[in-house]
Design a protein around this ligand. Structure first.
Ligand SMILES: [Zn+2]
Length: 298
C-alpha cells in the first residue's frame, strides 16, 4: 500500500492546515463536529472540500462559504498501518491512519480506522465514524472510523490532504523559535527535515533530534502562474530546498529574485517573519531568498 506516499505528502501541505486559531471556515467545521455532523465547504468550481479549507487548493481562490453536510460514511482511499500505537495516538490498539473520502466530498480527510487487523484494510473499504461521547468541537470528536459490514469497491484517487501528526507538531515548535528541527536515523544515518518519528528507509524509530541551519540549495523548482495567497507575486517559484546537512529536500517558496533567475544549485537562506509575529506555522518563513554565494554542483 502507498504508505510511503502518505508520509511523503507531509511536506506538500503548508500553512492552511496546522495549529492556529480557527477562522470562520474551520470554526464552522469544528462546531458541526461538536454537534455530530461533518460538513464540507464548496469551492467556486463546485467541489466540496472536507475538511474545509479557506482557499481552493486548485485555484487559490477563497471558497464560497457555502457549507454542505457530507458522509458520515465514506470510502478508504489509502492507509498506513500503525502496529505499535504511541502516546497521543487515538487508539491504544493497532489501527490504520487512512485517507477517507466521505460520501459527497471531493477530497479525502485523514483519520484513524479501527479495523482490528491490517488484513481488513483495502482501498474501497467502507467506513463510518464512531463518535466520542462528550464532544468538544475538535477533530477527535470522531474517535475513529470503523468498517461497515458491506463491501463496495469504489474508485481510488490519490489526491489528499494530511493533517500534522506529532512529529510535524514538533517540527513546527522549532519553526516558531526560528529553527529547523531535523532528526538523524540511528540506523542509516540519514538526516530528515521536517522532523519525523521513524525512518522511511529503514522503518526504525528515530530518537536523535538535530538542528539544521536555515541555509540550503535549490535542487528542483517550479514556476507557478496561478495566484497563491502565500506568494508575493505571480509568477512565483516553489522549490525543493536541501537544507545544509539534510538528506532530503523540503518544499518552500523562493522570493526576492525574479522567477526566471531561479536555478538548480542556487544557494538560499530562509527569510523569517519578525519574531513577535511568529506562530507554530510554516508561514513564519516568508520564503527562501538567494544568498549570493556561488551555485553548488548537485
Ligand atoms: Zn534509516
Amino acid at each position: 500500500m502507498p504508505s510511503e506516499e502518505l508520509i511523503a505528502e507531509h511536506v506538500l501541505e503548508f500553512p492552511g492546515g496546522y495549529t492556529r486559531t480557527t477562522g470562520p471556515v474551520i470554526g464552522r467545521f469544528l462546531t458541526e463536529l461538536r454537534d455530530g455532523r461533518i460538513v464540507g465547504v464548496r469551492t467556486a468550481g463546485g467541489r466540496t472540500l472536507v475538511p474545509p479549507l479557506e482557499y481552493d487548493p486548485d485555484t487559490g481562490e477563497a471558497v464560497t462559504g457555502e457549507f454542505t453536510e457530507v458522509g458520515p460514511a465514506g470510502t478508504v482511499e489509502g492507509w498506513a498501518w500503525v502496529s505499535e500505537p504511541r502516546a497521543g495516538h487515538p487508539l491504544e490498539r493497532p489501527f490504520a491512519w487512512a485517507l477517507i473520502r466521505l460520501d459527497g466530498a471531493d477530497t479525502a480527510l485523514v483519520h484513524a480506522v479501527d479495523a482490528g487487523d491490517v488484513r481488513a484494510m483495502r482501498p474501497g473499504l467502507r467506513v463510518r465514524p464512531r463518535w466520542r461521547t462528550g464532544r468538544t468541537g475538535h477533530i477527535t470528536d470522531i474517535e475513529s472510523f470503523v468498517p461497515e459490514v458491506t463491501r463496495i469497491v469504489s474508485p481510488v484517487r490519490t489526491e489528499y490532504r494530511v493533517r500534522p501528526g506529532k512529529s510535524l507538531a514538533r517540527f513546527l515548535e522549532g519553526i516558531e523559535r526560528g529553527i529547523f528541527l531535523g532528526c538523524r536515523c540511528g540506523s542509516c544515518g540519514k538526516v530528515y527535515v521536517p522532523y519525523r518519528l521513524s525512518c522511511p528507509e529503514c522503518g526504525v524509530a528515530i530518537t536523535e533530534e538535530t538542528e539544521l541551519p536555515d541555509t540550503g540549495t535549490i535542487t528542483t523548482f517550479a514556476i507557478n502562474n496561478l495566484p497563491d495567497p502565500r506568494a508575493p507575486e505571480v509568477p512565483f517559484v516553489s522549490a525543493y530546498i536541501l537544507l545544509d546537512g539534510a538528506d532530503i529536500p523540503m518544499i518552500a517558496l523562493v522570493g526576492d529574485v525574479p522567477a526566471h533567475e531561479v536555478r538548480q544549485g542556487m544557494r538560499v537562506r530562509a527569510v523569517w517573519v519578525p519574531e513577535e509575529e511568529r506562530t507554530a506555522s510554516m508561514s513564519n518563513i516568508r520564503w527562501f531568498a538567494p544568498t549570493g554565494e556561488p551555485d553548488v554542483e548537485l
